[in-house]
Design a binder for this molecule. Structure first.
Ligand SMILES: Cc1cc2nc3c(=O)[nH]c(=O)nc-3n(C[C@H](O)[C@H](O)[C@H](O)COP(=O)(O)OP(=O)(O)OC[C@H]3O[C@@H](n4cnc5c(N)ncnc54)[C@H](O)[C@@H]3O)c2cc1C
Length: 452
């Protein structure tokens, strides 16, 4: 038996798993194919690279992802800890400076005496698992040769769905005669305020979001160009499904002229400071780096050709001269059928030396991937020490996710943290916020009990 545990993939799940193993005094060999080889979405040589939005979603406990983050904080997650340290203003959400985040995770892993980073693509898992424990955390864009190997190993066809990233623009290229700062709802003029008081309050608001108001005519022109714009041709295998949680904006727009106005462009919670009236639609831009020099277009994940993105998105008032430093992209996303392959510790049933972690298991999202890395890392250690596994309670978000992906389900789709996967409370509470507060408290009590 090897005197170390192997982790394949130094993304969000792999970096978290490596940390959890190393902090328990066990050696780790962490294989990461970058910088020798990059997936179509990765561009940075650091570990824990964030490929799309810089948001780790809400910090509120009445939000499922907020609860999951709080559980991870209690369980000493390295990545959530660094996300907290590298956060940028984003209202109630935890958004990070992506470069600082990846840099600090990499520094922490590199200086850990128990972790050896090997920059090499792995093509065969069984070879590494012959004499030791292996965690596979190669993500939704697992390299082709390894994906084939996983397919052979599990006897399953790979599953694919679309995933897409939103474009990023520089702040200095945005027209601030049109754009205004502010969070949804805090931006609305209060009845008792004069226009001057309201404008003064806005000046002091946190500058986490930039808003671009549109009138009816501007919106309709934009919508028309968007639904008729040219998209990148997808491969046949990529055409299987569109994942509702990450739908390209042009696909959403094609569902009807007002769909975007009820979705990412909803004007609710804003008044246009120029008119004092609610706009017809609003495009929001979220701060993307600590210096607040870059902003991403919220909800604008897209598969439009790059030239078309420039042409169509520049029609948005305020973005006429926008400098797009990154265009939106769309990619294959690979995950295994965990519902029959894994148990609730992310251990492969047919070969107990192998664990999977991250998006490849069918958990969906940054925080969810980190949570599975923590569970797999912890349980790989217990296996290494020939101790019993820890199955997190179904009443916790971290446990409910693990149980969801490892429970038989013929319609398995990647799953975000959500309150629907937690068991009901014993008493019925109608008020949603109060119900979520109670579910969150029950989950956190459970983690507290586990830690004592
Ligand atoms: C285009 C795109 C956009 C996304 N946008 C979002 C978003 O906005 N918000 C969100 O919450 N989630 C998003 N996701 C989903 C998902 O949460 C992230 O992909 C997340 O990074 C998954 O973490 P992971 O650790 O599983 O994989 P990754 O973070 O991708 O890490 C996998 C690592 O494994 C390495 N690797 C791959 N193959 C091999 C190999 N054979 N040998 C060695 N190393 C290998 C890769 O280089 C990479 O560093 C997106 C996914 C994609 C593909």
């Amino acid at each position: 038996m090897n005197n170390y545990i192997t982790v394949i993939g130094g993304g969000l799940a792999g970096a978290e798993a490596a940390y959890q193993i190393a902090k328990r005094g066990i050696k780790v060999k962490l294989y990461e194919m970058k910088p020798k080889k990059f997936s179509p979405a990765h561009t940075n040589k650091n570990l824990a690279e964030i490929v799309c939005s810089n948001s780790f979603k809400s910090n509120l406990l009445t939000n499922a992802c907020g609860l999951l983050k709080q559980e991870l904080r209690m369980l000493d997650s390295l990545l959530i800890n660094i996300a907290d340290k590298t956060k940028v203003p984003a209202g109630q959400a935890l958004a990070v400076d992506r470069d600082q985040f990846a840099k600090q995770v990499t520094e922490q892993i590199e200086k850990d005496p128990n972790i050896q980073i090997i920059n090499q693509e792995v093509e065969n898992i069984e070879q590494l698992a012959k004499d030791g424990i292996v965690i596979v955390a190669t993500g939704p864009l697992t390299s082709e040769s390894l994906a084939k190997n996983i397919s052979n190993l599990t006897g399953q066809d790979k599953l694919y769905f679309y995933d897409a990233a939103a474009p990023i623009v520089t702040k200095e290229s945005i027209d601030f005669d049109i754009a205004f700062y502010g969070d949804r709802y805090s931006q609305e003029k209060k009845k008792e305020e004069t226009i001057e008081q309201w404008q003064e309050r806005q000046k002091n608001e946190e500058k986490s979001y930039i808003n671009l108001p549109m009138n009816k005519e501007e919106y309709e022109t934009f919508w028309h160009e968007l639904v008729n714009a040219q998209v990148v041709e997808l491969h046949q295998f990529e055409k299987k499904e569109i994942f509702e949680g990450c739908m390209p904006i042009e696909v959403m727009a094609k569902r009807g002229i007002d769909t975007l106005r009820f979705g990412p462009l909803k004007p609710v919670g804003f008044d246009d400071p120029r008119t004092g009236k609610r706009p017809y639609a609003v495009v929001q831009l979220r701060q993307d780096n600590k210096q607040a020099s870059l902003y991403n277009l919220v909800g604008f994940q897209t598969n439009l050709k790059f030239g078309e993105q420039k042409r169509v998105f520049s029609l948005i008032p305020g973005l006429q001269e926008a400098d797009f430093i990154k265009y939106g992209v769309m990619h294959r996303n690979t995950y295994i059928n965990s519902t029959i392959l894994l148990d609730a510790t992310y251990n492969l049933k047919q070969n107990n030396n192998i664990f999977f972690a991250g998006q490849i298991t069918g958990v969906e999202g940054y925080v969810e991937s980190i949570s599975s890395g923590l569970v797999a890392g912890l349980n790989a250690v217990l296996k290494y020490q020939s101790k019993s596994p820890i199955v997190f309670s179904k009443y916790t978000m971290i446990g409910a996710l693990a149980q969801y992906i490892s429970t038989e389900n013929k319609k398995f789709q990647p799953m975000n943290a959500n309150f629907g996967i937690l068991p009901d409370l014993e008493i019925k509470i109608k008020d949603k916020k109060l119900r979520y507060e109670n579910l969150a408290q029950r989950a956190l009590n459970n983690i507290t009990d586990l830690l004592h």
